[in-house]
Design a protein around this ligand. Structure first.
Ligand SMILES: [Zn+2]
Length: 362
């Protein structure tokens, strides 16, 4: 998996023409389908060249195909994003968990909208793992998981990080005694995090009775970010094991949130500043007033960007310069997403969105 910083880094690369090739191909779980995968990827690239004729560099296409052939076997059941540009000396391979819309795009920048969607579906999060006497606080970003702190029944209230202290071991250690008071310590540090503005989803794992005890003590501000729990024996849990058990919990939380946002924006009451449909969303994005932009997964929506007045539009002459400085962009939704993020808004790629785009204003 990739981090937001890495996606941003890809997005900031820019070629002099629309020759950067991005390919997203789903790698089936059965190896026997590899030949079909190659043929399918070629079809995707062909469709991209029809949308942007004369832009594809033959050597970039060959490199993308060779990379897919070499790397696909490592990533069965994943979607591979492959970004190639000889001009930018770029070759990047990004595996995404599960299935994402397949496509190839030729553009001045790497096409990263599916990467943003993947980040939304598996966001950075926190995991608390508990036995009857210890709690470990982990952070997960992409595939990286690390222990931020731990607390235990032996901690003094003033010790270390608010009663928590740093953990060096990568294997959670065995303890057996019961010490109920440390649940308050664990709840207190999570409360403190919430007060300091942390809003990452929170997963709690460990013994079922420990999870229940902690949940009864968590204040509302913490429960707002609570994504769910998993049962496990912390004594045999590794960091990677905790991350893998938390993954489906976080994915389900993200999917529920996605549905709630779609519902809230598309059925907004009169008086709530929201809009549905590409044209109105474009107007709002151009005005810099979008607080939350919902975009559909599938369609590529070609359009234009004016380099003089910065307006994004469906037609080539829809800005005050009458298109004198407008250049085609292969996907307006990608441009709208980055513009919204730049202006401080949120972007969610929503699988259940019944239209191309919808927005709630700031
Ligand atoms: Zn203009």
């Amino acid at each position: 998996m990739i981090t937001y910083g890495e996606v941003e880094k890809l997005h900031c690369m820019r070629a002099a023409d629309q020759s950067v090739l991005s390919v997203y191909a789903y790698v089936p779980s059965e190896r026997a389908s590899m030949r079909e995968l190659q043929a399918h990827a070629m079809d995707l690239v062909k469709a991209a060249t029809e949308r942007a004729p004369d832009m594809l560099h033959r050597e970039d296409e060959l490199l993308a195909r060779r990379t897919l052939a070499e790397r696909a076997g490592e990533w069965l059941g994943h979607t591979l994003g492959i970004f190639v540009s000889g001009q930018l000396s770029l070759l990047e391979v990004v595996p995404l968990r599960g299935s994402f819309p397949e496509r190839a795009v030729l553009a001045a920048r790497p096409h990263v909208r599916p990467l943003l969607a993947a980040l939304g579906r598996y966001p950075d999060h926190r995991v608390v793992v508990m036995d009857h006497r210890h709690a470990w606080l982990l952070t997960v970003a992409g595939d990286r998981v690390e222990i931020v702190a731990r607390t235990s029944a032996e901690s003094l209230p003033s010790a270390g990080f608010g009663g928590w202290y740093f953990e060096q071991s990568h294997v959670l250690q065995r303890v057996t005694e019961v010490a109920p008071h440390f649940y308050q310590d664990a709840a207190a540090i999570l409360d403190r995090q919430a007060r300091h503005g942390s809003s990452q989803p929170l997963v709690v794992g460990g013994y079922v009775d420990s999870i229940t005890q902690l949940l009864t003590l968590l204040p509302q501000a913490v429960l707002r970010d609570y994504a769910g729990s998993f049962a496990a024996d912390p004594h045999s849990l590794t960091l990677a094991g905790a991350r893998d058990l938390a993954a489906p919990v976080v994915s389900s939380w993200a999917e529920r949130r996605e549905c709630q946002l779609v519902q809230a924006v598309t059925t907004a009451r009169p008086g709530v500043p929201a809009t549905i449909g590409l044209e109105d969303c474009l107007t709002a994005v151009n005005a810099g007033t979008v607080g939350l932009l919902l975009i559909a997964d599938e369609p590529l929506v070609p359009g234009f960007h004016c380099e003089r007045c910065d307006v994004l539009s469906v037609g080539s002459n829809e800005c005050c310069d009458w298109g004198a400085a407008s250049w085609p962009v292969p996907d307006l939704l990608e441009e709208m997403a980055w513009r919204t993020l730049r202006d401080g808004g949120q972007v969610v790629s929503a699988r259940t969105l019944p239209c191309t785009a919808a927005a709630r204003m700031q």
